[in-house]
Design a protein around this ligand. Structure first.
Ligand SMILES: [Zn+2]
Length: 341
């Protein structure tokens, strides 16, 4: 088990820096925590807020987990914290929610801190962001506004310029291994979850904890392994249709990058190690550097189109056709003839 209240090792340094600044009264009024999905933004912010509300911890000790402040925070009922989230995943944060949050922050509290937490902040619609701007311009004493975002470029520049940006880089596996091992049966399960998560520790931890997600990954891995060797359009479409494209496509892309790496350096990376080596190598050799590069481009295009309203069956057939070796060759040839490539 990981120690309660403690931050994961790859977040320890930014966490300590924030706690020391808070003690010195040097936290900014607006803090924007950025980094890829699953890198641990929420873990860092939760550990920081619990520590700010903890009535016992001193210095850079983690929150005690037992005092009234900790229990209020962990129970989701701390009176000095106002959480703002979309009403449902994928929906906007509406303007009313941000106005209400601004009124909360303006009331004087009983403790040292009064905190607004917006996650994900990029879910605010334009009028919500505008309402937050007023609060960010004049944060009250002891008021802290924390925004979490994996897509900070989707936030208005006026919001970003009024916050201090704290970017969390993705850790490497060795920095996250012990933390993940606490929830894993053995080290090969950690390696597998890390590969499946594409290097995102929180996603890897969820995969280790949730049998359904684990089963979905195993099914995708099987489909990807089949896509490496199938030569039939129908079979490729069938394998694709069984998977969730939102998770499958980034993994297909990771597999292509693994194939490129193997072709160039002979190195079998962590993602490639989840697949039969002879199959990936035969695939890489057959496609060659140019074929793999064009598949990577196609895969990026499919991911950009992921939310477009396309005919799902046609979309699967388009993808499957591009994945097959002979189809790739004839498509490249026809593009060459028309001068479009
Ligand atoms: Zn405490």
């Amino acid at each position: 088990m990981n120690e309660p209240g403690a931050v994961p090792p790859w977040l320890a340094q930014p966490w300590q820096a924030l706690v020391l600044r808070a003690a010195a009264g040097h936290l900014p009024g607006g803090l924007l925590v950025t980094g890829a999905e699953g890198v641990g933004k929420g873990l860092l912010v939760s550990a920081l807020l619990q520590r700010l509300f903890c009535e016992r911890a001193t210095g850079t000790q983690p929150a005690c987990g037992e005092c009234g402040g900790c229990r209020g925070f962990l129970g989701g009922v701390h009176p000095e914290l106002h959480d703002v989230m979309p009403p449902e995943p994928g929906k906007d944060i509406p303007v009313d929610a941000v106005r209400e949050a601004g009124e909360f922050l303006a009331l004087s509290g009983s403790g040292d801190w009064r905190v607004l937490r917006l996650h994900p902040a990029d879910a605010m619609n334009a009028s919500a962001a505008n309402a937050l701007l007023k609060t960010l311009e004049e944060p009250p004493a002891g008021g802290l506004i924390v925004l979490e975002s994996a897509r900070p470029s989707a936030l208005p520049a006026t919001i970003r310029s009024r916050c201090e940006d704290l970017h969390l880089p993705a850790p490497d596996l060795e920095a996250a291994r012990d933390w993940l091992a606490a929830g894993a049966p053995d080290s090969s399960a950690v390696d597998e979850a890390w590969a499946a998560s594409l290097g995102r520790p929180v996603v890897a931890a969820e995969l280790l904890a949730d049998p359904e997600r684990h089963a979905a990954w195993r099914q995708e891995r099987e489909a990807l392994a089949e896509l490496l060797q199938t030569r039939e359009l129908h079979s490729a479409v069938t394998h694709l249709a069984r998977c969730n494209l939102e998770t499958l496509l980034p993994r297909w892309q990771a597999l292509l990058l693994s194939a490129q790496r193997w072709l160039v350096s002979g190195e079998v990376d962590r993602f490639a190690a989840q697949f039969p080596p002879d199959r990936l190598q035969a695939f890489a050799r057959e496609r060659g550097a140019r074929g793999l590069a064009s598949l990577v481009q196609e895969s990026r295009r499919w991911q950009r189109q992921a939310r477009a309203q396309l005919n799902p069956q046609l979309r699967l057939e388009d993808m499957a056709a591009a994945m097959l070796p002979q189809a790739t060759a004839s498509r490249l040839a026809s593009r060459g003839r028309s001068g479009a490539y």
